[in-house]
Design a protein around this ligand. Structure first.
Ligand SMILES: Nc1ncnc2c1ncn2[C@@H]1O[C@H](COP(=O)(O)OP(=O)(O)O)[C@@H](O)[C@H]1O
Ligand SMILES: [Mg+2]
Length: 242
C-alpha cells in the first residue's frame, strides 16, 4: 500500500549548517507519530520541506506515492497534507471566522475576497475545535494561546487534510487547554487521520501517538514505539538529559 508520506534521504543546508541531515522515514495510513528532539534538532525544518515552504537541498518527499518536490504549497495541500505553526500565525485584522475562511481557500487571498464564503462550514469548523458562538467575531488579539492553537487547528482542518503536521501543539497551554486539543486529536485519530506531532510535552504526547521518531542535529537517532524511543540511550542523553 502506498504510504501517506515517505521521506528519503532528506538534506537541508542553510549555508554551512545542515538542518536535516539524511532523514528518512515513512508514515502509515491512520497512524499517529510523535517527532521529538531538542531545540534546533530540525523538526520544524522537516515540516517546512514537506509543505514546500523550503526546498530541500537533496532527497525526496512522496505524498501517497507522488513525488512532490516540484509542487507548490497549495498543490501539496490539495494532495492532503497540512500543518500548524509553532508560533500561531493568524491574520491580525481578521476575526476567528475569517481566519478559518483563509484555511478554506489556501490558493489565494483574492479567491477569499471574491468568492462567496461557505459560512456554515466555517462555523462548523470553528465550533468543532471548541470555540463558542461568541468567539467567532473575536480578533486574534483577544484570544488566549489556547484559543490561538485551536484557530491553527481549525485553519489546518479547513483544507480537508488526510495528513496533519502539528508543530509544538501544546506549547504555552494550560492543562485544561492541553486536554481540549488532545481530545480533538483523539477524535480525528478515530476518523483515521494520519498525524505527525511535534511536542516537548512528552506526557501529553504519549497517549496521542502510536510510535515516535527522535532526531538530534538533523539526524534520526531512534525510531519505534514511543516507549522504546524515550528509553533509548542516545535519546536520553541528547534530549532528556538523563
Ligand atoms: N531559515 C533558516 N535559516 C537559517 N537557519 C535556519 C533556518 N531555519 C532553521 N534554521 C536552523 O536549522 C536548525 C533546525 O531548526 P528547526 O528546524 O527550527 O529546529 P526545531 O524545530 O527542531 O527546534 C537550527 O539550527 C536553526 O537555527
Ligand atoms: Mg521547531
Amino acid at each position: 500500500m502506498t504510504k501517506p508520506l515517505s521521506i528519503k534521504n532528506l538534506v537541508k543546508n542553510f549555508g554551512g549548517l545542515t538542518a536535516t541531515d539524511d532523514i528518512s522515514f515513512d508514515l502509515n495510513e491512520g497512524q499517529s507519530t510523535g517527532l521529538i528532539g531538542p531545540n534546533g534538532a530540525g523538526k520544524t525544518t522537516i515540516f517546512s520541506q514537506i509543505m514546500g515552504e523550503y526546498r530541500q537541498t537533496s532527497g525526496t518527499i512522496e505524498l501517497y506515492g507522488t513525488e512532490i518536490s516540484k509542487l507548490s504549497t497549495p498543490a501539496r495541500i490539495r494532495l492532503g497534507v497540512s500543518r500548524t505553526y509553532q508560533v500561531p500565525r493568524p491574520f491580525a485584522e481578521f476575526t476567528v471566522l475569517e481566519n478559518v475562511r483563509v484555511g478554506l481557500m489556501p490558493d489565494s487571498i483574492w479567491k477569499m475576497i471574491t468568492e462567496s464564503p461557505n459560512v456554515d462550514r466555517e462555523i462548523e469548523l470553528a465550533l468543532s475545535v471548541g470555540f463558542s458562538e461568541s468567539d467567532l467575531r473575536r480578533t486574534p488579539d483577544e484570544l488566549s494561546m489556547g484559543d490561538l492553537r485551536k484557530l491553527e487547528m481549525a485553519r489546518t482542518m479547513a483544507t480537508n487534510p488526510r495528513i496533519m503536521l502539528l508543530d509544538e501543539v501544546f506549547a504555552g497551554l494550560t492543562v485544561g487547554e492541553i486536554d481540549q486539543i488532545a481530545k480533538l486529536i483523539q477524535k480525528m485519530r478515530s476518523e483515521n487521520m494520519t498525524f505527525l506531532i511535534v511536542s516537548h510535552d512528552l506526557k501529553a504526547l504519549e497517549p496521542l501517538v502510536d510510535d515516535a521518531i527522535a532526531i538530534n542535529y538533523g539526524k534520526v537517532i531512534a525510531q519505534g514505539s514511543f516507549a522504546s524511543v524515550i528509553s533509548d540511550k542516545a535519546v536520553r542523553t541528547s534530549y532528556l538529559g538523563t
